[in-house]
Design a protein around this ligand. Sequence first.
Ligand code: TRP
Length: 456
Amino acid sequence: MNDASNHHTHTGRDSFGSSFGILVALAGSAVGLGNLWRFPYLVGENGGAAFILIYLAFVFLIGMPIMLSEFVVGRRSQSSARGAYQKLAPDGKWGFAGSLAIVCCILILSFYSVVGGWGIEYLFKAFRFDFTKGDQAALSSMFSTFASSSWQPLICHTLFLLASGIIVILGVKNGIERFSKVMMPVLFVIMIGIAIRSLTLPGAREGIEYLFKPDWSAVTADTFLDALGQAFFSLSLGSGMVITYGSYVSRKENIVSLSAKTAIADTLFAMIAGCAIMPAVFAFGISPGEGPGLVFITLPHIFSQLPFGGVIAILFFVALLLAALTSSISLLEVIVAFSIEEFKMKRRTAVMLTLVVLWVLGCLCSLSQGVLSDWKFFGKTVFDLFDFVSANVLMLAGGLLVVIFAGWKLGRKIIHDELSNSGALKIPVWFVDTLSFLIRFLAPVAIIVIAVFQWI
Ligand code: TRP
């Protein structure tokens, strides 16, 4: 009686305490550097509103079905990423899909914690009012000088990992859920405040039009690729996060509504971040197509010219850190949950061992911005390699595997059973039919197309 249909065996396993807690934890994972740093610069590079519309379509037509597939796998199995596949497909051939997810999270977290560390340093700089001292030349070289140095970024990276580790050691309900419940509302309020400040700048109008008036002439094949990749990254898909968090969710929760709310919160947050950053970029005559440096290189310039810029800088980097932390704990939890289950480790031991591995890999990522910049693999530094392999290979593969698994291996009946909580919720037939179609056909085809286009 110890199979996946046994509904009562989560004794000893941690779980979430409330529906709101689940939602903020999921939204916390989704909302992160992807929204504050990646989304604005991709919008800038892809011509604004048209990119946003395509992105929205992908989030709901492809992202949501993947998220629901992961939810079905996680909640039904009540297991961490690898165990979930093994439990639901006992022929043992699917475990590799889970292992892939673990590797993916290790790679993402290695460089994510380096960028999180940059956030810590920039928060210190903001507290020292470094951005508003009026030295424009120093501002321009500030980022590259800092990121390419050896010790400082390593210390910040270590601090960021330790902070994530402390929260995860406390557990799912007492750590992740409790932290997210407090931090997500704070994050929301800060970002709305900054958005209002930015939207009321003289000259903000151009930035608003850029965000909301589509210019279809800027759309190319690459726009679609960027939009789908961003949907994956921003919703934390294809890496076992929703499987792992889903395994802590009770059978009474409505996973359709949880997924929809998570996708909406993440999208809303990306739009708020866009409204905070783009009007200011235009108002101060900075190019929106500045690329990945947008947050760390150009924003300090903006803070230096903005009335009350010193205070806004502090608030912005507090928000960035909170957003990064609620995401990093989700990545860490995927690895920790796996280690606890697979190797029967204590949570504390699992966290500490994982942190050691992440610390070493993260140090390589960090140093690859400076002294180790000559270490190239396939023409990429360690940092860029981890970023590329996780976002462009492993997440796509993970997303493809989970929709194939849910759509073809588990099938429509199990999907319906999970969505409706075994019939307790009335889920319309057309909804299940449409979703099955999206899971079985549209999502896999779209992922394969984006992967193929990427490599030709
Ligand atoms: N979604 C987060 C962001 O937008 C990053 C993230 C958290 C993530 N967990 C993930 C990305 C799992 C991929 C996989 O910053």
